[in-house]
Design a protein around this ligand. Structure first.
Ligand SMILES: [Zn+2]
Length: 324
């Protein structure tokens, strides 16, 4: 069938996932590969092209509506250019042009927080919700804002960087170079940093046991496992992650009056106390009339990026064809 599928790519610092996605969001074929490290942008383009070739084998090009790519980067959506990228060497690289020159499909790129929000909006926890804020807690903190049923992109497409709201004046340095941003409290490196300190204070903590007695072996997953099992030190660490997230969300709830907040990413989805604590902060601190905002956990998990990038490609196709 013509344009029955779109290809969604979720390009991360460690992994690239590519999926062949139906209009209703079902991923019918998927490949995952490691992101080529240290060999520059062309190796990443090669990997993307290889992944697309693999999942489209046997299909006629007319069956593909297009390719959507979510990148961990600041993207000028109007120009379709990568402006900044901290984890991959893509800044200033015309990713869309490079990929498009190698494939026979139209290509659209977007920030991965936006594609995750698009995915949850179309196929996941935010289905049917017009005004919501998506926040993803993982290696970094990303996000996307939906207003009136549409992704809010701002003047150049950079909107939605929830991870870079200032939570504490002159706080710890953020990977972006700023200070006290939400990402410096609620992403994986912050969890590990705080857990090392907490494991020092609480000597019998299961964080230490799970890490085999080696503070350098502590991962966010270990801390979450311990927190979910009720370990005091881990609960303290993860509660603080949720409180800091809540502090940021209070401001967004007051400004945007969303119907829901969708909490996703590896940390958000595997540690319910994070969203619970954040909801508690909102209930305590948001202005009257806004406190009934629902705080929901994302539903698509690792598929949000691929499904959302495919939704982006379908939308781009439909607007080119004048389909609404
Ligand atoms: Zn920042």
């Amino acid at each position: 069938m013509r344009n029955a599928y779109a290809i969604g790519l979720d390009v991360g610092g460690t992994r690239i996932a590519a999926g062949l996605v139906e209009r209703k969001g079902r991923i019918v074929r998927e490949v995952k590969l490691s992101t080529p490290k240290g060999s520059g942008p062309f190796a990443i383009v090669d990997a993307i092209v290889d992944a697309v070739s693999e999942i489209t084998s046997g299909l006629h090009p007319s069956e593909i509506a297009g390719v959507g790519i979510g990148l961990p980067a600041q993207i000028d959506f109007t120009r379709q250019s990568v402006e900044f990228c901290t984890n991959l060497p893509l800044a200033g690289i015309d990713m869309r042009g490079l990929v498009m020159s190698r494939l026979k499909y139209p290509v659209t790129i977007d920030n991965d927080g936006n594609t995750a929000a698009l995915g949850e909006s179309r196929y996941g926890a935010a289905k049917g919700i017009k005004d919501f804020v998506m926040v993803t807690l993982g290696t970094g903190v990303g996000g996307g804002v939906f207003i009136g049923g549409k992704l809010h992109r701002g003047s150049r497409g950079f909107a939605g960087e929830i991870g870079h709201m200032v939570i504490v004046v002159d706080g710890p340095e953020c990977p972006c170079g700023g200070h006290g941003h939400l990402e410096s409290f609620s992403a994986r490196p912050a969890v590990i940093r705080e857990a090392r300190a907490a494991a020092e204070t609480y000597r019998g903590s299961s964080i230490t046991r799970l890490a085999g007695g080696d503070a350098d072996a502590i991962t966010a997953e270990i801390v979450i496992e311990a927190a979910n099992a009720g370990d005091e030190a881990a609960v303290e660490v993860m509660s603080r992650v949720g409180d800091m997230l809540g502090e940021g969300l209070v401001g967004l709830v007051n400004v945007l009056n969303p119907e829901a907040i969708i909490v996703g990413g590896g940390i958000g989805e595997s540690c319910p106390m994070v969203s619970k604590r954040a909801a508690g902060r909102i209930a305590a601190e948001a202005l009257a009339g806004r406190r009934d905002v629902r705080v929901l956990i994302a539903e698509l998990g690792n598929d949000a990026g691929v499904a959302g990038a495919a939704a982006l490609a379908f939308d781009d196709h439909d607007s080119r064809e004048g389909i609404h």
